[in-house]
Design a protein around this ligand. Structure first.
Ligand SMILES: [Zn+2]
Length: 297
């Protein structure tokens, strides 16, 4: 999988968030306007990974199901303990019985979904919704490509020796699986202590950045569910050694576009960011996001 990926998306806190990754045939989240934004391209979506049941992330599912359902596709993945998806599923099946059968699949922390022989998606729990750790109500996702490589212990062997050993011990014993994290999506989430570890192997990170630091106090009072601060996300990204591209979204409508761009540029400079940074402005569908001029480079 070579970068850049073709990403179309919309992401505004409280209103709607969805990201379509064309080469992978997936969407992250399915807020209002998903089908209207993609038109016939929504048919290319085979797998929808939904981070949580806040309405700005799921209300596009009804139309998405109605337009695209065939037998077994698309597949919709959601946090396993989130009850809203059962309600939505049964409503949408009754409301649009003529549509095919979408498959709805609850995911636990660390569950892996194989999309293609060498393409995996892994779900991981985040702390957006404050529930006991055993409950999975909010997820982020990482997409990996996989390939096998001969273990270094065997690279000195010639072809005949290798074939002999493979016969003796089996192919798997001689090879290791190499995973490359091509893209990760934070979902809605506060920053967490293990972020640097969690994102350490990510090449392209799509992260929410709902509020600016100056509004941190307000957030604690006004929002039960937790979000990230732009400045903290950029600081964290500056420490990720494998990161090649950063996408920021889910900004609050309270900020003007110019304000967001200025704040991103100031922060990137301050923290010495050395990679291109892209952003989704409130109220705008961004097509081929990574072909736009980055807001910082
Ligand atoms: Zn949201």
């Amino acid at each position: 999988m070579s970068l850049p990926l073709t990403i179309t998306g919309f992401s505004t806190a409280l209103f709607s968030t969805w990201y379509f990754i064309e080469e992978l045939g997936i969407v992250f989240d399915a807020g209002d306007g998903l089908s209207a934004g993609l038109l016939q391209k929504s048919r290319k979506v085979k797998h929808a990974f939904i981070s949580h049941a806040d309405r700005d992330h799921i209300t596009g599912l009804l139309q998405f199901h109605q337009l695209n359902a065939q037998e077994g596709f698309p597949k919709i993945y959601y946090p396993i303990h989130s009850g809203s998806f059962q309600a939505l599923r049964s409503f949408s099946e009754k409301f649009d019985p003529q549509a095919g059968t979408t498959e709805w699949i609850g995911l636990n922390h660390a569950d892996e979904i194989q999309l293609k022989p060498n393409l995996m998606v892994q779900a991981f729990r985040n702390a957006h919704i404050p529930v006991a750790e055993t409950f999975i109500k909010s997820l982020g996702f990482k997409v990996y490509t996989t390939r096998t490589k001969l273990k270094s212990d065997y690279t000195h062997l010639n072809q005949n020796e290798l074939l002999h050993l493979i016969k003796e011990r089996g192919r798997d014993a001689l090879h290791e699986l190499i995973k490359t994290n091509v893209i990760a999506y934070s979902g809605d989430t506060p920053q967490e202590p293990d972020d640097l570890e969690k994102w350490s192997d990510v090449k392209l990170l799509i992260h929410e950045a709902t509020f600016f630091k100056r509004d941190a106090a307000l957030i604690q009072h006004a929002h039960i569910n937790k979000h990230s601060l732009l400045e903290d996300v950029i600081e964290m990204a500056s420490q990720l050694k494998n990161l090649e591209q950063l996408v920021l979204g889910h900004f609050s409508k309270r900020y003007e576009h110019e304000e967001i761009d200025l704040q991103i540029k100031t922060c990137c400079k301050h923290f010495g960011i050395k990679i291109p940074v892209y952003r989704l402005l409130p109220g705008q569908v961004h097509r081929k996001l990574l072909s736009e001029d980055p807001i910082y480079n």
